[in-house]
Design a protein around this ligand. Structure first.
Ligand SMILES: CC(C)(COP(=O)(O)OP(=O)(O)OC[C@H]1O[C@@H](n2cnc3c(N)ncnc32)[C@H](O)[C@@H]1OP(=O)(O)O)[C@@H](O)C(=O)NCCC(=O)NCCS
Length: 151
């Protein structure tokens, strides 16, 4: 059975600024940490959407938002961020469909490498990404420099 056959009533559509409150509510339901006073603030998200509108993708059951993914294109690679599926809608192929749609949109921008950062305690997500053909690189460590704790 294909992943899509389980999610026949789910539509993937670009997210719009008007979806902001639904997005934050979904991330809270999915227990995905967000930074509402930093890069996830309403103004920040709206500005990011203006730059790359097609890389903000939602999974909808009618008008109900049940999944998100945000792609970021650094000019060399396509990065997957903020993948979240409503707990009541998991294991139906929605996460896989969101990743595949984001990859498809990256390909139209000539990106051929797709990456994602996953925290080491997040075993379900690691299993999810490995099961959809992402390769874990144990030799790479992530370093960052932040202007403040909120950003
Ligand atoms: C990770 C997440 C997005 C997966 O969404 P999903 O819609 O349930 O995933 P899918 O149904 O497309 O799963 C595809 C495959 O991945 C694997 N998989 C998905 N979730 C899994 C889990 N909890 N445990 C083990 N394997 C899992 C399975 O192989 C699954 O196929 P199957 O159901 O036929 O066995 C979802 O669990 C989630 O929102 N988690 C909380 C937010 C989060 O941590 N996001 C990632 C930040 S990096």
């Amino acid at each position: 059975m294909s992943a899509y056959s389980q999610i026949i009533n789910i539509q993937l559509r670009s997210l719009k600024p008007a979806h902001y409150k639904q997005i934050i509510a979904l991330w809270q339901r999915a227990e995905l940490p967000s930074r509402p006073s930093g890069r996830d603030s309403e103004d920040e998200i709206k500005n990011q959407m203006k730059r790359d509108p097609e890389l903000f993708i939602g999974a909808f059951e009618d008008e109900k938002l049940v999944g998100t993914i945000i792609g970021t294109d650094d000019g060399r690679k396509g990065w997957l961020n903020r993948i979240a599926v409503d707990p009541d809608y998991r294991r139906k192929g929605i996460g896989r469909a969101l990743v595949e749609e984001c990859e498809r949109r990256f390909r139209t921008r000539e990106r051929r490498i797709f990456g994602v950062q996953v925290e080491d305690w997040n075993e379900d997500s690691l299993k999810f990404f490995e099961d959809i053909s992402y390769v874990l690189h144990r030799e790479i460590l992530y370093l960052s420099k932040r202007e403040s704790e909120d950003v």
